[in-house]
Design a protein. Structure first.
Length: 96
């Protein structure tokens, strides 16, 4: 009963302390801003989203990818439709 209400009130008060988007109060003699549950929830979601983006970008930055592509241009005239391509392969760890 009342223990659950007290626990719920303390959870809501803790959640309100996370509020990034506080509302200004009408009377400025108490506190300057007032926290809300909706603002705290939005703040928590935004913080989690930003942390997720940072982790995703850092893991993409640290990932090693190797990509090999050869792109050939198309020639307009049929006289220039041949292209000589030379590949130089080296095998440094292969014994002769």
């Amino acid at each position: 009963g009342s223990a659950q209400l007290v626990a719920m009130a303390s959870v809501i008060a803790g959640l309100k302390s996370v509020d990034f988007y506080r509302k200004l109060k009408k009377d400025l003699q108490q506190e300057l801003t007032e926290a809300s549950v909706a603002g705290a929830a939005l703040s928590a979601i935004a913080a989690l989203f930003m942390i997720g983006l940072v982790i995703a970008e850092f893991s993409a930055y640290m990932a090693v990818t190797t990509e090999s592509k050869v792109h050939l241009d198309h020639f307009d005239s049929s006289a220039d439709d041949t292209l000589q391509v030379n590949f130089n392969f080296s095998f440094p760890h292969l014994k002769c």
